[in-house]
Design a protein around this ligand. Structure first.
Ligand SMILES: [Zn+2]
Length: 334
């Protein structure tokens, strides 16, 4: 009798263990990193990129544009590294902006592992810098904002946000410098900083962390995505006016105006070529971003794209990709 009871108990326990980790799930899931939120181009960068060829930028705007462009390039480069090298079972969320306890903070890349959350701030600085205690300088002496303060603030606010959700992942923040042309003199070895020559080892270390993602982690990731602010309260919207903007279709590579050749739009400066519909839809997108309250009509888009002949083609493209409201000459698209 006792023997039977022991047998049943051990059978029950072993069944429970199997239930805890269904093998089929592990095989189906493939145990690899998954991108839960893709990175999108920052609004401020889009405004300046769209306005640059159409009205020119002031010196200050242009400096800011180049800074944003470089920052975004660095982030995309880090994304590529993660895509290619990170093999651990984890969830990846890119470009997050949160508000918690009246603090708005951003996280360039967030990695959810079984027990840890990694917050990564990416800096694509180029050139020589030095630091002494709290201050950071360009080698020429000019002081810059201490990038560690930003990540410390994000880390602490994120921790509070996590506590309010009754979660207790270990939060680990790192500042990543991924421009190979970057050097920091006088850096102490205990800074939470990853330098260009350490990037691959950093990802390799992550790959060695034992981790297994479950539904609980996925719910946490979904919750974070739902709390992401798509519009930053700090977004600086430049001044512009429809009538003052140059009309035409702009090259996505070099920002020159394209010319129409048969069914293609061609860049005479860099040689880029684009199908007619693709170029027009891209330019419609630009129009909608800059003028979200203006009605989308065939006439407006022809004017915006600088198309004198080809009204019917534009109407056909709009008809295919948008819903037309109204049937008369006053019809517009949504
Ligand atoms: Zn071009």
């Amino acid at each position: 009798m006792i023997f039977l009871a022991c047998f049943l108990l051990s059978l029950y326990l072993s069944l429970n263990i199997v239930e805890d980790k269904p093998l089929s799930n592990l095989i189906e899931r493939g145990e690899e990193m998954r991108v839960i939120k893709e990175r999108v181009e920052p609004s401020e960068l889009k405004y300046l990129k769209f306005l640059k060829p159409r009205r020119g930028l002031t010196i200050k705007e242009n400096q800011y544009y180049l800074k944003l462009l470089k920052g975004f390039k660095g982030e995309k480069e880090f994304d590529r590294l993660i895509q290619q090298e990170l093999t651990a079972d984890c969830l990846v969320l890119n470009g997050l902006l949160f508000e918690h306890s009246l603090t708005v903070f951003q996280i360039d890349t967030l990695l959810i592992f079984q027990n840890d959350v990694y917050l990564i701030e990416i800096k694509y600085f180029e050139g020589d810098f030095y630091t002494d205690d709290e201050q950071w300088h360009v080698i020429s002496g000019k002081e810059i904002k201490n990038p560690l303060l930003q990540i410390q603030r994000s880390e602490s606010t994120f921790r509070q946000m996590q506590q309010s959700l009754k979660l207790d992942y270990t939060v680990k923040a790192s500042l990543v410098f991924n421009n190979p042309e970057f050097h920091l003199y006088n850096a102490s070895s205990d800074l939470p900083v990853i330098f260009p020559a350490q990037l691959y080892r950093f990802v390799k270390r992550l790959n060695d962390v034992p981790t297994e993602i479950s539904q609980k982690h996925e719910q946490f990731a979904d919750h974070l995505v739902s709390r992401h602010l798509t519009d930053s309260p700090h977004t600086r919207v430049p001044d512009y006016d429809y009538d003052q903007l140059k009309k035409g279709v702009v090259c996505p590579k070099c920002l020159s105006f394209l010319s129409q050749k048969e069914s293609k739009w061609v860049c005479n400066k860099c040689g880029n070529m684009e199908e007619r519909a693709d170029a027009i839809l891209r330019t419609v997108n630009e129009f909608q971003f800059l003028f979200p309250n203006k009605k989308l009509t065939t006439k407006t888009i022809c004017d915006w794209c600088g198309i004198v002949q080809g009204y019917k083609t534009v109407r056909r493209i709009l008809n295919k990709h948008f819903n037309r409201i109204g049937n008369t000459n006053n019809s517009y698209f949504v």
